[in-house]
Ligand binder design. Structure first.
Ligand code: C5P
Length: 233
């Protein structure tokens, strides 16, 4: 999947809602269907593949964020199922190891599906990581896992805006980068602590930005969406 050049194609709207009706209402409130919408564990677990089809039929492509982490054979089959659903992107944990990552990359071959590796969840600090037996700093583990995934043939990654420069610098321009945790200056940070503005994140090297509440919880989602697009021009 090529990195987008039009500003509106760089934005992925996070559909953090419990059911299909709410998801479609959100898309309709944007005025035009976004290029990409993210469907995560909550929405997919409650509605299943039908919500993916419903969002696609509104005209958006889907980023299915299910963070696969299982034995290589199971993950490979899950990747094939995602490709059959026609989603544009899906995620898997780089900590699943090289054999799992290679099996996933092979399963995606011949499809348009972009696989995105997740490294260390931003909810993990050094103490949390240490309690799982990993005694290096989170930022070092992020780079280690990003490199591992890229070498295994996973060409995309999800990372915090503050990690983009290091990861891009180390792995180069063939890597596709998706970053959540961006906040326009005019939006509340909410529970996002380490943030950048959308323009800063793109400048740092992000290809796509996952944006939820600054747009979805705005008084006018349509205006907020247009404002973010304008900031990226
Ligand atoms: O509402 P907000 O813009 O914070 O939504 C961002 C989306 O990206 C949510 O779906 C959230 O779960 C996801 N995400 C995140 N931070 C991460 C990983 C994922 O905000 N580190």
């Amino acid at each position: 999947m090529k990195a987008p050049s039009r500003p509106q194609d760089k934005i992925i709207i996070a559909l953090d809602v419990p059911d299909t009706d709410s998801a479609l209402r959100l898309i309709d409130a944007l005025g035009e269907a976004p290029a990409l919408c993210k469907i995560g564990l909550e929405l997919f677990t409650s509605q299943g593949p039908s919500v993916v089809k419903a969002v696609q039929s509104r005209g958006s492509r889907v980023f299915l964020d299910l963070k696969f982490h299982d034995i290589p054979n199971t993950v490979a089959h899950a990747v094939k199922s995602a490709a059959r659903l026609g989603v544009a992107m899906t995620t898997l944990h780089a900590s699943g190891g090289p054999v799992m990552l290679e099996a996933a990359a092979k399963a995606a071959e011949g499809s348009d599906l972009l696989l995105l590796a997740v490294t260390v969840l931003t909810s993990m600090d050094s103490a949390q990581l240490g309690s799982t037996g990993i005694s290096v700093e989170p930022k070092d583990q992020v780079l280690r896992l990003a490199t591992l995934a890229f070498s295994a043939g996973i060409v995309g990654i999800v990372c915090s805006p503050l990690e983009v420069t290091t990861i891009r610098g180390s792995l180069g321009n063939n890597l596709r980068i998706v970053t959540p945790g961006v906040r326009p200056t005019w939006a509340a940070a909410g529970d996002q602590k380490r943030v950048m503005t959308p323009a800063e994140a793109v400048q740092a090297g992000s290809d796509w930005l996952v944006i939820g509440r600054p747009i979805t919880a705005a008084q006018s989602p349509k205006e907020a969406y247009a404002k973010v697009v304008a900031e990226l021009i």
